[in-house]
Design a protein around this ligand. Structure first.
Ligand code: BDP
Length: 651
């Protein structure tokens, strides 16, 4: 029996999560351990887009039954990457419908012979709907991009002498409909004088290119047949002690013991426990502090979990190690508190976007972006407008970059998108986001949507439901959505903990009139605060800027205009940040690709860095500002320098 139930639920209840996830099973990041192996399937896959009129030829001809190359011509497609910008075939860039990926794999013999091993296929993300076959057998389906999904494929690989050869086929459909997240519509253009028969376009209601494909890693990993399925950690602080509350779910056995050890960064044991739930007390705990807020940012402990289960074939052990940062998050009427101290978000919005790889995960890009964030003195970002790869959040945990974790609730622009089917789907997506990201200390708030049509009554109900659900999933973090509605009209704002506002004064309104920004921004902040008495984050502001365009006095699209616009915003932000404004996130960290339109020149150019990660003039302005704010707000104030101050203009 599970041991160590010493601490009763009655005591732990308030500390642990109020409501279990409705999803079955956990989604722990696949880590190697003495009991777990990983085999990455990144590299070249075979690829074929189904260009047939109804896009269903692949299903009609059952392309998954045989090697894909036998169905017709295939391309080499790198994984991870978006498929859109890789080939020279323009049709692929704009393709809407089913694309097919396939990869053949040889498994280690032990994986196929050892019946106490469980083999799992895990797909980091497949945008937007995926069906997976293993050796032609329908194995897994998943709705929604940007989030991982997996299947136990042991039954398929532990079947006989030839089983070490595996063929994985994945069909992915990037079509966005009124009930997907993000939503979209397919429009058939029927005027035969203008369009060929059957002509249709995908309409989206967001401002980034709908890159698709296997954009994150695909991998196989093993666990024993009795295994640690999920771990949930929350932390709090009592005097100088850190409290680590854990809850562990085990699958594959009812007869097991769990040992839990918390190690510090030098691998010294600081606390231990047993059983599926408990609380570890760490006297003199080192806290997880955001970057630049403290001389020792982002301190991480390791929670080592060891499972020993009695199985018919003998005892089985499973090990999993989870990084844990001890920190608290709270919101008052006018402050966002981390570890009880006021925290000011001085950061960016990002996109997972660069060059020909589209949104494909890329280590050099990841490290470059974090170097730039630290250079900039940014302490936070929002995952606009979808959850980023898990490796990104791991970097945030390590570097102390605070995250507002946003789900793909973007483009909820039309009244018909607020329906019950979409609502159920949105709530399920939030379950998947929380399940995946709940243990990251860097994640301090959930964002359930960006710029929904929140002036609509139906949107008010919808947002209330999604926010309430998210709070039930995770009572330990505040919840928000990002609005661009008017304070008097917004029907969702009553339910958020922090008001997040996007505004583009002197860009989309009164363009060219930089002199109006201060008045309009002041009115914005004061009317929202008067109505809600909640802390406010300026979650977007910015200006389109083509690198190398110069004009003084400033004109739109020049580097001077971007700088001047930012400066005008900063005057008001400086007045209000001493009151109730708790953050500013520039739109955007870097230029990014969008659909083509007369208002976009090779994408959105509001980055302070180019898409190639080179600074525009505004980057230097922002850098000076962020380091200045960091110097003013760090805690304790006597502490002089963080690890990166040598890069700062204030050394
Ligand atoms: C905001 C959106 C963001 C856009 C930005 C812009 O939230 O996705 O890219 O405007 O227009 O409204 O640059």
């Amino acid at each position: 029996m599970a041991r160590g139930l010493a601490v009763a639920w009655a005591v732990l209840g308030p500390l642990l999560w109020g409501c279990a996830l409705a999803l079955q099973g956990g989604m722990l990041y696949p880590r190697e351990s003495p009991s777990r192996e990983r085999k990455e399937l990144d590299g070249l896959w075979s690829f074929r887009a189904d260009f047939s009129d109804n896009r269903r030829r692949g299903f009609e001809e059952q392309w998954y039954r045989r090697p894909l190359r036998e169905s017709g011509p295939t391309l080499d497609m790198p994984v991870p990457s978006s498929f859109n910008d890789i080939s020279q075939d323009w049709r692929l860039r704009h393709f809407v419908g089913w694309v097919w990926y396939e990869r053949e794999v040889i498994l280690p013999e032990r994986w196929t012979q050892d019946l106490s091993t469980r083999v799992v296929l895990r797909i980091g993300s497949a945008h937007a709907y995926a069906i997976v076959w293993v050796n032609g057998v329908d194995t897994l389906e998943h709705k929604g991009g940007y989030l991982p999904f997996e299947a136990d494929i042991s039954n398929l690989v532990q079947v006989g002498p030839l089983s070490s050869q595996l063929r994985i086929t994945i069909a992915i459909n990037n079509t966005l409909t009124p009930t997907t997240l993000p939503p979209g519509t397919i429009q058939y253009l029927t005027d035969t004088s203008k369009y060929p028969k059957g002509y249709f376009v995908q309409n989206t209601y967001f401002d980034f290119f709908n890159y698709a494909g296997l954009q994150r890693s695909v991998l196989l990993y093993t666990t024993p047949t009795a295994y640690i399925d999920d771990i949930t950690v929350t932390t709090s602080v009592e005097h100088d002690s850190g409290l680590v509350n854990y809850q562990i779910s085990v699958k594959g056995s009812n007869l097991f013991e769990l040992e839990v050890r918390l190690l510090d960064a030098e691998n010294k044991l600081v606390a231990n426990g047993t059983g599926t739930q408990g609380q570890l007390k760490v006297p003199g705990a080192r806290l997880w502090w955001p970057y630049l807020m403290h001389e020792r940012p982002a301190y991480l402990y390791s929670l080592e979990v060891r499972l020993t289960a009695q199985m018919s074939l003998g005892p089985v052990s499973d090990f999993y190690t989870l990084p844990v940062g001890i920190r608290t998050v709270a919101v008052t009427e006018s402050q966002f508190l981390i570890n009880g101290k006021p925290f000011y978000f001085h950061g960016v919005n990002k996109h997972e976007d660069a060059d020909i790889r589209g949104k494909g995960f890329d280590w050099p890009l990841l490290v470059k972006d974090f170097n730039l964030l630290r250079w900039l003195g940014a302490n936070a970002f929002r995952t606009s407008h979808y959850p980023y790869a898990e490796e990104v959040l791991q970097m945030c945990d390590r570097y102390g970059i605070v995250v507002i974790d946003e789900c793909p609730g973007v483009g909820l622009a039309l009244p018909q998108f607020f329906n019950n089917v979409s609502l159920q789907n949105h709530m399920r997506v939030m379950e998947e986001v929380v399940r995946r990201d709940k243990n990251h200390p860097a994640v301090v708030m959930w964002s359930v949507a960006n710029e929904p049509a929140s002036h609509l009554e139906s949107a008010g109900y919808y947002l209330k439901m999604v926010i309430t659900h998210t709070k039930a999933l995770d009572p330990s973090r505040p919840v928000t959505f990002v609005t661009n509605s008017n304070y008097a009209a917004d029907k969702g704002a009553p339910y958020v903990d922090v008001i997040c506002l996007n505004s583009y004064y002197s860009w989309y309104h009164d363009y060219g009139h930089l002199e109006l920004i201060q008045q309009q921004l002041t009115t914005q902040f004061e009317s929202w605060y008067k109505t809600y008495q909640k802390p406010i984050i300026q979650s977007e502001y910015g200006a389109e800027t083509i690198v190398g365009f110069h004009q003084d006095p400033p004109l739109m699209f020049t580097e001077e205009y971007q700088k001047s616009l930012l400066e005008q915003y900063h005057v008001v932000l400086d007045q209000k940040r001493r009151k109730y404004v708790v953050g500013e996130l520039i739109w955007n960290f870097a230029d990014f690709m969008t659909e083509q339109s007369p208002t976009r020149v090779l994408g959105n150019k509001k980055g302070v860095f180019t898409r190639q990660r080179q600074p525009k003039s505004a980057a230097f302005l922002l850098r000076e500002r962020y380091w200045k704010i960091a110097n003013e707000t760090r805690y304790p104030y006597s502490i002089a320098k963080s690890q990166c101050l040598e890069n700062s203009p204030f050394t």
